[in-house]
Design a protein around this ligand. Sequence first.
Ligand code: BGC
Length: 736
Amino acid sequence: MNRVMKRIYSVIALWIGCCWGGMAQTPVYLDETKPVDERIEDALSRMTLEEKIAMCHAQSKFSTPGCPRLGIPEIWMSDGPHGVRMEHVWDDWVHADWTNDSCTAYPALSCLAATFNPELAYRYGYALGEEARFRKKDIILGPGVNIYRTPLSGRNFEYMGEDPYLSSVMVVPYIRGVQQNGVAACVKHFALNNQEKWRDTIDVVVSERALNEIYLPAFKAAVTEGGVWAVMGSYNKYKGTYCSHNDTLINRILKGEWGFDGVMLTDWGSAHNTDEAARFGLDLEMGTWTNGLTWGLSSAYDQYYLAQPFLRKIRNGELPESLLDDKIRRILRLCYRTNMDRNRPYGRKLAEEHTAVARQVAEEGIVLLKNKNDFFPIRPERYRKIAVIGENAVKRLTQGGGSSELKARNEVSPLQGLIEVYGADRIVYSMGYASGAPDYNRALPSGYDADSLVRCAVAAAKGADAVLFFGGLNKNFRQDCEGDDRGSMELPFGQDDLLDKILKVNKNVGVVIVSGNAVSMPWLDRVNGVMQSWYLGSEAGHATAAVICGEVNPSGKLPFSIPRRLEDNGAHHFGEMSYPGDGTTVVYRDDILVGYRWHDTRKIPALFPFGHGLSYTRFDYGKVCTDKRVYAVSDTVRIRFELANTGAMDGAETVQVYVGQKSPSEERPVKELKAFKKVFLKKGERKNVTLEIPVAAFAFYHDALPGWTVEADKYRIAVASSSRDIRRTTEVEVTK
Ligand code: BGC
């Protein structure tokens, strides 16, 4: 009997059953007037052991079977996190080639983080959730909130930067937005996926303190504030056990301390053992093949760790059925929140509002790093001829990168956006360098002749009034792509040499780096302008051109530090065992000093610091005051000052508040971000800005106690435009 027929029969059987046993009395599990917990218990009590087993592992690449006899629907999932991924065939990674599965591609999460705008994160999540709902997805596999520890990590573009507070503030509204649609967000990859190299096996050794202060806060916020309905485990290990079935991470912290009541699912193929999967908190096993990684039988779902092997162990008494029941309760709860919620909205696909959100996030995320002699904005009438050089001006960057690949209905390239603004007659384009097509697990060569690309680009640059170079990384293997890391911080595909040659024939050069990671910039002193752009999605070209021409004033801030050299980054400073490890283990020797915490505390200045981002206008910070001088731990510090836009253009400034303890008993970072606000000001406008920080947020995690401690001490409050551009400071005291 095929699946559809089975489903129809089961619904009819259920209906007959209902009429028989109480003349149209709805069984509790279908009765919407009953509390969800009661409905869950009722459904559970009606299910056979086999039916329950079927629900806790995959039936296809992206679905689980539900319980057709009871009318409990299948659960369908999709990546995530930047748009709803194209469809795949039932049991393979091959694209299904549907004609109705294109999407709005939203900017990568590194760009969302750079907006420092939580309200936009909500709109991003909401728009994505609407599309997911319309496409009949119950879970969207995102967002990702692993901390940016090294500029080499292949998945940083999918995450929200190096600061746990920034990631926490941004992830919560994203989740609320998605889930408003009756679609579960699935925060990933829990936990410690800070490198892709050896991700399937590496055991992360990290102190409890760094785990709690740096690597867990965004996950915690996703659960305790965002109320996320699903969490995905990472591939790596922690304390010698795979993270997808890890007693400490899942049972003790996630479900215990944080009270997570949703579904803990594997990454695709990240389960490795039935006993651990059963006991250590995993609820749902999804997969690639059966050995957890790449090879195996097709349609081998029965062999999954949480399938027949689990059933056998329950039957022969090795594992108690109560372990399975807990998993099914959670899965049913997810169903009641999603596909069994008859009041959930219907969603929308490719709506104008979705495009508008994608564009606004892109516009607000672009970061102006350097702007000598007002190189930017380039007003349309300013130059007769602009040479646009570089593959990233035309490459489709919504493709590749691994599971975050998208089939964007539209992807406006930067070149197209610039032509729309400046006119085709003012723009001359030359590719300059080329990479191959993106492919998973291998880097394909480009078919172009590198020398002739360089010659053409130099000729184009020579004849132009200004050069806009579009370079950076892309979504090819060993670039910004899951599955492995970059080998170095240098620009790939000969871009540094190319820029050198261009600069010999034209001094008026602006560079737009398109990437999700920091790149080294040996040519920095010789170029006039630099923008950090991102994988901007469907509206990439419109947003980029709007910022370049000055229709939009840039307001993005760096969500990570750009070090001068790789060795200046904390993870790399301590040598290979600290990154990438020895293939078995990696030891986080940088401990709590990640990103700007490292640069500031060790006095190793970054090339561009965390939080940096210029504007076409100027912002002046007035005198800062706090509501009190002396606080108790239960108090909240209120910080007030006036912010003025004293330049010639409307704009937005993200004011950042960093806090540093004067004389801590343990080493602490010089300062840490504790509050921020994006303030929009018309030219000439002034506003009073108030930010609040609970004193409890001044705490650090004490390994020995263990727990969070606020010490009675003086604390320096720095009000800043970036982590290095402190505009005002004040001091408060905390007493016990
Ligand atoms: C990725 C996940 C993704 C999953 C399903 C895995 O390779 O690590 O992030 O959600 O595939 O596509």
